[in-house]
Design a protein around this ligand. Structure first.
Ligand SMILES: Cn1ncc2cc([C@H](O)c3cccc(CNC(=O)c4cc(-c5ccc(F)cc5)cc(O)c4O)c3)ccc21
Ligand SMILES: [Mg+2]
Length: 214
């Protein structure tokens, strides 16, 4: 049978990037998705905003919900301080398989813990899996109707601390209206909207940064 979009993206990385060079992996994916076949990576424009927020936070413990092909995983892992813990959650085994190979091609496999399963099942297990952790930084990029549920779950499981930063992709397109309402009307969050565009297009999209106040 034919390959999937994710597998074709992986082929483009193997063909055009340099092993052990995260920036070349990022550039190869962006070039492929802009010129050959669109894919739902955070992309270069929103990716630069992700980079700058990440550099401000410099997290020692980070979480990503929605690995997909590992594009944002590589973007995040390449900027983490040595010894940081970085967990990324993917429920689709085909995506997880591609992501593992993309992350490994970038040479970042020792910085990333990719766990397979659904966020709703795995979030309550984080303390058991990684010791009494709290996340300094969370990147939300999975199913848009799960953002609020999983944010509440992170709070209830004691996985956020005063100053934890949540960064949510796609708050305009496809859109996460309930999530925006939740973080913008909640006194426990200080939120900032970063206007941008849907990856590889001129369509408006943006990232919402929300600082948990404890
Ligand atoms: C529960 N759980 N736990 C872990 C976990 C992991 C996943 C998968 O990684 C997964 C699979 C399919 C879809 C998504 C969400 N992403 C999107 O839907 C998206 C869409 C578009 C867009 C925009 C315009 C279009 F026209 C079409 C698609 C642009 C974007 O940047 C996106 O992130 C994530 C799913 C549920 C999970
Ligand atoms: Mg996204």
């Amino acid at each position: 049978t034919g390959s999937t979009r994710a597998e074709r993206l992986l082929k483009a990385v193997q063909k055009n990037a340099r092993r052990g060079d995260p920036q070349s992996v990022i550039s190869a994916i962006d070039h492929y998705c802009r010129h050959s076949e669109w894919a739902m990576n955070v992309g270069d424009e929103k990716g630069s905003i992700l980079d700058s927020v990440l550099s401000e936070v410099s997290p020692s413990c980070a979480l990503e919900l929605g690995t997909y092909c590992g594009y944002s995983t590589v973007r995040i892992a390449r900027l983490l301080p040595p010894g940081a813990t970085f967990v990324t959650v993917e429920f689709n085994p085909k995506y997880a398989k591609v992501a593992r190979q993309v992350i490994e091609f970038a040479g970042l496999q020792d910085k990333v813990k990719l766990i397979e399963g659904a966020s709703g099942d795995l979030i309550p297990k984080m303390k058991e899996l990684f010791g009494n952790v709290t996340f300094d930084f969370v990147f939300l990029d999975h199913w848009k109707d799960r953002y609020v549920l999983d944010t509440k779950l992170l709070e209830d499981c004691g996985l956020l601390r005063k100053g934890s930063v949540l960064l949510a992709d796609n708050v305009i397109c496809p859109g996460t209206p309930e999530y925006l309402a939740y973080v913008r009307n909640n006194p426990r969050y200080k939120s900032t909207y970063y206007k941008s565009h849907l990856e590889y297009t001129k369509v408006e999209d943006g990232l919402e940064k929300s600082v948990f106040m404890g």
